[in-house]
Design a protein around this ligand. Structure first.
Ligand SMILES: O=C1C[C@@](O)(C(=O)O)C[C@@H](O)[C@@H]1O
Length: 754
């Protein structure tokens, strides 16, 4: 059989955290480094997980708020204790989270050993704003919180990001297109009820800080919103969206409201945004170099987006000035943004020429996001691929002249033949088809995003190899998810069609798919030279067989998959599991811990095992399946095959006792799962109140409610609805390249889907 090409996993190395001199460990996930094979353009399979900052985390808490310290510790998976001062914290305490009261912290926070400790000022806004200004200035990071309702999730996101354990930047930058929505609300509270719909398709949300209007109580508004007001706004927004935030203080000369007389004010706001753990910081190019440099050096885990706007109407893309602006911008940037008003449509082509010149002359530069403003410039907004700023009909005003919505951009691309209409399938088995009404959901998403594609749930015809390939070997095939997943070997078994792809090299296989061995997503990748076709297509009622040569010669068939397309086999389920497990806990909470995985066979268990590996779990007890060698490598796996080893697992200390239980067993076996949940539940003898984690990957009628049993036994319980929604987010990203927020998936489907 022809060989299968593998996509290398490309983990994101965490850069040394320069904030206050701390150095992050640059270790990445060693899921599997054996293979290095051809890369399909634009595909990243990195988990985005890192060990991150290993300094001792010291949490500064306000009066009566010491209870926040063990919560930080739980989220990080460490024990905690209270301390009196920063002095004397030794590296032996690295495995602890320490708490110091705000009052004590003031004495020696400034003289702390910055290589050994990271100081996080935790302030409950219900106690009043602002936090102690001295502590705000001195700390490394500041966590503003309310105790309900999103507190835990918000904390997990904040700490995973600021300590460098989770970063989506690399993954975002490898997407074919990224968008951010410029919110223009005077108060983000107005956006919150609609945030799910507003952010469909967006990869980040911009907070236009300069457009915020802080009421002064006398009917007027502050000239500049105070840091206190802005901090609360950031907190509120972050509590309601999982998307990265872009923090923008746009100046008056560049269509904003932030005054330009005091550049230090920008430093003050932008540095505070870094301390708040905002993912992207917009730094305008006109700011003095020492400020831009300082922010870049102190950016910690945040990414700097250099911003240049020219409203003069005289800016020329082919000029020396344009090039030198780019060169100056890239000095202190992770993304360079250049935006100008133009007068003539041809200047859009000049921008495209500029873009390609920059790509070829400075290939190692940060990504360039460049568009033109005004109606004349709209064409460039359809061509820009990196963080295109977009608006939405629900926003009060557009943030800049000529801004378009994602639906408008997609409609334009479609008209121009750049976004050909495709057939996208949910390929199901007869049983799963009935239970999963996905079609209306996908249609809703395509509608919302202005995508021309058609979606249909179709059934795999038989168990034979042709069951799936027949749907893929079509001219307008645009990708598919497979529910339930199909093993790689059965997809390839006797399949001449799949085997002949890529000039006989076979389909691309992501690292996850190769190791898991189960395929749930098939992505179409056009070769870079292929020209999109806009031929109308329709969804056939049954797989279209190629009459001349069934499945054998796609390159010669006018109806089959175009010869210059390749297919990528992927697995999205493991990401759904990973996202569920890290929703309320930082990745480090799982590191070195013990898990129990229950499944009827190794195919069902594989995505879970892969996710646990990504989380650096220490040991896995397995029930009901044999772990494939490739997944067992680097993991300590022990099957529970007798009462003795179950007993032994019970007798170990709390530290080594199972922390997470994941079941993929069918509902009729729920008594076994329930038994293990009871056996390993509770926080017996533990000094902390750490809640363990239970994830049930199945649904359907069963005796008793496992989640309730788990909750009663000291677990936080997650169900298949959580995992399916996260997996759907990933599937949409893979199939149509668009980000649809988890909360939108949950909202749009209502309770019915899961
Ligand atoms: O930099 C930009 C781009 C923008 O000016 C636009 O042209 O869409 C809109 C701003 O909100 C954003 O900060």
């Amino acid at each position: 059989m022809t060989s299968v090409q593998q996509l290398p996993r490309a983990p994101t190395p965490v850069r040394p955290l320069s904030m206050n001199g701390a150095i992050a460990s640059e270790m990445d996930l060693d899921l599997d480094r054996r293979s290095r094979s051809p890369i399909a353009p634009g595909i990243k399979t990195s988990s985005g997980l890192q060990r991150g900052d290993t300094r001792t985390a010291i949490i500064i808490y306000g009066p009566g708020q010491e209870k926040i310290v063990p919560v930080f510790a739980d989220v990080l998976g460490k024990p905690s204790r209270l301390a009196d001062s920063f002095q004397g914290v030794t590296s032996a305490e690295q495995e602890l989270v320490l708490g110091i009261s705000a009052e004590s912290a003031k004495f020696d926070i400034a003289s702390r050993d910055r290589d050994a400790v990271v100081a996080i000022n935790a302030h409950c806004v219900s106690l009043g704003m602002p936090p102690d200004t001295y502590l705000s200035t001195q700390c490394d990071y500041e966590f503003l919180y309310t105790e309900a309702p999103f507190f835990r999730r918000d904390l997990s996101r904040f700490i995973s990001f600021t300590l460098g354990q989770l970063d989506h930047h690399e993954t975002l930058m490898s997407k074919p297109r990224t968008y951010f929505i410029s919110t223009t609300f005077p108060d983000v509270r107005a956006a919150l009820p609609n945030i799910d719909i507003l952010t469909v398709g967006a990869d980040a949300v911009e907070l236009r800080v300069d457009l915020l209007q802080e009421p002064l109580g006398d009917g007027t508004f502050a000239k500049i919103p105070s840091l206190s007001y802005v901090g609360e706004q950031v907190m509120l927004l972050r509590q309601r969206t999982e998307l990265p935030i872009i923090f923008t203080t746009r100046c008056t000369r560049e269509n904003g409201r932030f005054p330009m007389d005091n550049p230090n004010l920008y430093y003050e706001y932008l540095y505070r945004a870094i301390q708040w753990g905002v993912e992207y910081i917009d730094v305008e190019l006109w700011l003095p170099e020492h400020i831009r440099q300082k922010l870049y050096e102190q950016r910690g885990s945040s990414h700097i987006m250099s911003a240049f706007h020219d409203f003069s109407g005289t800016f020329k893309w082919p000029s020396v000035q344009a090039q030198s602006i780019f060169l100056e911008s890239r000095k202190y940037a992770d993304i360079v943004k250049m935006i100008a008003i133009i007068n003539d449509h041809n200047e859009n082509f000049e921008l495209e020429y500029f873009r390609s010149k920059i790509h070829s002359e400075y290939p190692d530069s940060p990504p360039l996001s460049a568009v033109n403003m005004g109606e004349t410039g709209q064409f460039s907004r359809t061509l820009n691929k990196v963080f295109t700023p977009v608006t939405h009909p629900l926003l009060p005003i557009i943030a800049a002249p000529g801004q378009m919505s994602i639906a408008e951009i997609n409609a334009a691309l479609s008209l121009l033949g750049q976004l050909p209409k495709k057939n996208i399938y949910g390929i199901s088995s007869p049983s799963s088809r009935i239970s999963t009404p996905y079609a209306p959901f996908y249609e809703k998403c395509f509608n919302e995003l202005g995508l021309p594609h058609q979606f249909a749930v179709v059934e795999r015809q038989s168990k034979g190899s042709t069951a799936v390939e027949a749907w893929c070997n079509q001219k307008s095939f645009g990708g598919a998810y497979l529910s339930p997943p199909v093993s790689f070997s059965s997809l390839m078994h006797n399949s001449t069609f799949f085997a002949r792809l890529n000039n006989g090299a076979g389909p691309f296989l992501t690292d996850a798919a190769r190791m898991i061995g189960m395929i749930d997503t098939i992505v179409v990748h056009p070769s870079p030279t292929s020209t999109p076709t806009s031929a109308p297509s329709s969804i056939p009622s049954s797989p279209q067989r190629n009459s001349e040569s069934p499945y054998g010669t796609p390159s010669r068939s006018p109806h089959g998959l175009p010869p210059n397309s390749s297919l990528v086999f992927d697995n999205a389920s493991w990401r759904g599991i990973l996202s569920t497990l890290t929703r309320d806990l930082a990745p480090s909470a799982y590191s070195g811990r013990t898990a129990v995985v229950l499944a009827a066979n190794s195919d069902d268990a594989a995505p879970t095992m892969y996710a646990l590996k990504a989380l650096r779990i220490g040991k896995v007890y397995t029930v009901g399946f044999k772990t494939p060698l490739v997944l067992a490598r680097g993991l300590h796996v022990e099957p529970f095959n007798s009462l003795e080893n179950l007993q032994r697992a019970r007798m170990v200390g709390e530290e080594a006792s199972p922390f997470v239980i994941i079941s993929a067993l069918a509902p009729e076996k729920s008594n076994i799962v329930g038994m293990l949940v009871r056996v390993f539940g509770g926080t017996r003898g533990s000094s902390t109140q750490i809640r363990k984690v239970f994830l049930d990957l199945t649904d359907g009628p069963r005796k008793g409610d496992l989640s309730t049993v788990a909750e009663h036994n000291g677990f936080t319980a997650y169900g298949v609805a959580d995992t399916t929604a996260f997996t759907t987010v990933e599937t949409l990203r893979l199939l149509v390249g668009q980000n649809v927020p988890y909360s939108f998936v949950r909202l749009a489907n209502g309770p019915g889907m899961f």
